[in-house]
Design a protein. Structure first.
Length: 429
């Protein structure tokens, strides 16, 4: 950072990524600010500036001692310990300012600050830092990948809350492995526990969140936020008078055949522009069917007598965006659904939650492989909804939209949500 950049930083004042402090604050107070910024998106703590930003008072101790003190705070008063970047800049009039730079993609969230003999997770809200709630702390663990929601046991649920037909369809027809007979509760419980679709807690076996989301008979009984809110609007913005509106509920995966019939059914349709071959559609297929019903398709017979179709949007790209929303959404945000919104000029698929830790939009476009809900991702990979290579975004969404109509899809992280925006046609300018 140079003097011009520092001047601009101070002139703009404190925000969610910038904090001003005197350097005579207590170590616990400095650690609190460090932890809060590390748990958000990093930023700067400027030492030697009054909190209101109006006065540069300068460091009260020599630069070398200030650096030692900052590193000691980061090592002793933060858990896990951190190594921030430290620099001092000459402000003039014999004053020097210290700048602590904290990275945006700190890997070990949540960071805790020492508070007496205890440790507390800190979060940044606007220009203030405060102790995290239990839900906020859980989300930080999940962002870091240290705790995955889909492996969490769901108290009160049991084997009876899982759809035996879908489970048999999955193990027998998709995975092509032996599975217990219908009614063999002990055999099914053992198999599901070994595949993490059930989880043992205090000597009780209960479905994991992933098991319920994927195969539950009524997932919303225990997870009210499971599912998708879909709407088609007559204009360019949300409107109470939607052309169509549905709340899509049920298990994620479809039932593709009558379990126990000894007949092999395709795990997924051969073409996603066709109607699903599912006997009972899961949430993914319900969402695709909603899109098919509410966008236009042009059909014709080619010179060879084959029927051809061209949809407003490449349905492979739509499917990929929906699957990604399900796999990567933050299920700790319990008051929000995934949204699929169709407008005159675009489709938006909105997934609740920030991107998982270390994931950026640029990395997604390059095919970076990371998942917030690994269990769900692996099961959907078995169904061939997820590519083994992890290149679904660059191949199916980015390249698919370019090939279809020459448009560039928008991938946007916006506060507590991630948006995939597919354009119907190229925009002017």
């Amino acid at each position: 950072m140079n003097r011009t950049e520092l001047t601009e930083l101070i002139r703009n004042g404190e925000n969610s990524g910038v904090e001003f402090k005197r350097d005579d604050i207590r170590p616990e107070a400095l650690a609190k600010e460090m932890a809060a910024l590390l748990n958000l998106k990093g930023g700067y703590i400027v030492l030697g500036v009054e909190p209101d930003g109006s006065t540069v008072s300068g460091l009260t101790r020599p630069a070398e001692r200030a650096e030692e003190w900052v590193m000691e705070v980061a090592r002793v008063h933060l858990r896990p310990a951190a190594i921030p970047f430290w620099e001092t800049l000459d402000w003039g009039d014999g004053k020097r300012v210290g700048v602590i730079s904290l990275p945006a993609d700190a890997p070990d969230k949540p960071y805790k600050a020492k508070r007496g003999s205890a440790w507390a997770t800190q979060v940044r809200v606007g220009t203030t830092s405060r102790e995290a709630t239990d839900d906020e702390e859980a989300r930080l663990y999940m962002q870091s990948g240290r705790l995955q929601y889909d492996r969490k046991p769901i108290p009160g649920a049991s084997l009876k809350d899982l759809d035996a037909r879908r489970l048999t369809n999955y193990f027998r027809d998709v995975r092509r492995q032996a599975c217990p007979a219908a009614g063999d509760g002990e055999g099914w419980t053992r198999l599901l526990a070994n595949t993490e679709l059930m989880y043992e807690d205090r000597d009780r076996l209960m479905p994991s969140a992933g098991g319920l989301l994927l195969f539950g008979t009524r997932p919303n009984r225990y997870l009210p936020h499971a599912g998708i809110s879909a709407a088609a609007y007559p204009g360019y913005t949300k409107d109470y008078n939607a052309k169509a509106r549905e709340s899509l509920r049920g298990p994620i995966v479809s039932l593709y055949g009558e379990a126990g019939g000894g007949v092999e059914y395709p795990a997924v349709p051969r073409s996603f522009s066709e109607s699903s071959s599912a006997v009972e559609s899961g949430v993914i297929e319900q969402a695709l069917d909603f899109v098919r019903r509410n966008v236009e398709v042009e059909a014709w017979i080619d010179a060879g007598g084959q029927r051809r179709e061209r949809w407003d949007y490449p349905l492979e790209a739509v499917r990929e965006a929906i699957v990604n929303a399900i796999v990567h959404r933050d299920y700790t945000l319990t008051v929000l659904d995934i949204e699929v919104s169709i407008y005159v000029d675009r489709i938006e698929i909105i997934s609740p939650g920030r991107l998982p830790n270390t994931v950026t939009v640029d990395k997604m476009r390059a095919g970076y492989r990371a998942s917030r809900n690994e269990l769900i991702k692996e099961v959907l990979r078995d169904y061939r909804y997820v590519e083994a290579s992890g290149l679904g975004v660059p191949r199916k969404i980015v390249a698919g939209m370019r090939a279809h109509n020459g448009t560039e899809p928008d991938l946007v992280e916006d506060d507590e949500r991630f948006i995939v925006r597919l354009w119907k046609e190229a925009r002017a300018g």
